[in-house]
Write a protein that binds this ligand. Structure first.
Ligand SMILES: [Zn+2]
Length: 74
């Protein structure tokens, strides 16, 4: 039983390492293919004035919002 547990932990560790490596590879691919200046641009929330990146911002009627809550307030 104990051996099975250890085996499970090892498999889990390999799985975590594998998925992390995959995520890093995806990030590298994204930053290489995308225009960095465009994806990192800061915009101001029309509702509360918080600055967020265009990547994180919510867009409604051509205006930027920091969150769904701000977007739905109006
Ligand atoms: Zn806001």
């Amino acid at each position: 039983m104990f051996k099975l547990l250890v085996f499970g932990v090892i498999v889990y560790a390999i799985y975590v390492l594998y998925s992390k490596g995959k995520a890093i590879k995806n990030n590298i691919n994204k930053s290489n293919s995308k225009n960095d200046t465009e994806s990192e641009e800061m915009v101001e929330c029309s509702e509360c004035g918080t600055f967020v990146t265009t990547k994180e911002a919510f867009i409604k009627d051509g205006k930027y919002y920091c969150s769904k809550e701000c977007m739905l307030k109006k």
